[in-house]
Ligand binder design. Sequence first.
Ligand SMILES: Cc1ncc(COP(=O)(O)O)c(C=O)c1O
Length: 390
Amino acid sequence: MEEQAYFYRDTWAEVDLDCIAENVSSVRKHLPEKVEIMAVVKANAYGHGDVQVAKTALSAGASLLAVAFMDEAVALRHKGIHAPILVLGASRPEDVQVAAKYNISLTVFQKDWLQQAQQHLASGDRVSLHIKVDTGMGRIGVRSRDELSSVEQFILKDERFHFEGIFTHFATADELDTRYFKQQLALFEELLKGLTKQPKYVHTSNSAAAIRFPHAYFNAVRLGITMYGLTPSLEMQKEIPFPLKEAFSLQTRLVHVKKVKKGDKVSYGATYESGSDEWIGTIPIGYADGWIRRLQGQEVLVDGKRSPIVGRICMDQCMVRLPAQLPVGTAVTLIGRQGQEFISINEIAGKLETINYEVPCIISNRVPRLYKKGGKIVDIKNDVLGKSQA
Ligand SMILES: Cc1ncc(COP(=O)(O)O)c(C=O)c1O
């Protein structure tokens, strides 16, 4: 298999970049032209691959990128991304010169931070800043008109600081009850009135708000989960006006197949006992890959059929009760489609009693990511995506 030339195990994730492009362009069509898309590619693009997703999103209609930490922004610069990047989380004031050097925009919300940052900037340096307003998320951000004003004035007085943006983040944009959302938006609009200067970018919306609330667009939206083809919450699944294409799938192969007799045990703790003579397959994925022990009992797809994981999940392997005797090397799909069957990320999230966001994020770096375009695995060595859009 040519796509396995870059790693030496039978477990990999496939990221379909056409799905990501389609999701971004669906959102692009949904938004007014003047509203820019900031593609949120933090956490290795929610586990999908930072640079590949960034390039795809930029080609499909995004014009800005956002990450959580400066390390992620610097990594993207080193991988050849020239598009504007905003760090959404807190950065350290002593690292401000790095942000200036790499042309990375930072999020600020404390006057003390700005004072300390001044000491780390040389006279010709210039760093772009977005003020974060905490309108009810309770995470980071200025919370009052006075706080906002003192941060803004401090920025405006030092020409090494460029006041590029202001933003807030909604805590409940994906819930059907919109009262708290409306409260946050009203507070943000009120605080905006206190600004001396309107910066270039004013942005509030995550995926859920970008789909549901045109009156909260301002001039950019921060698009994360929807770009990956996932719904921001189960509640709002019906409100999405275009199809979303799930980009991430997880694949492995049977590395061992055996017949066990009725009463034989499987895996640590010998907790699984076969109820009859059964075919048991072993797959090379375990909790160190993010396929955690809570997934015991979860079905996988083998030979187009749903087959349960039996016994405890080990660090690197787990076992599956097969529908029939199957050869070593048979493809097993843990997330994604096989024949008529589909295991969605939402199904795995349900089993884990968590949200879909968490699932691709926890599939560890030990699982290689392969990229698909036009239904084919992209040659990652020759990077057929090219650099023109970066
Ligand atoms: C500040 C901020 N903006 C935007 C996003 C993207 O949100 P979503 O993935 O729901 O589109 C996130 C994600 O957590 C975020 O923290």
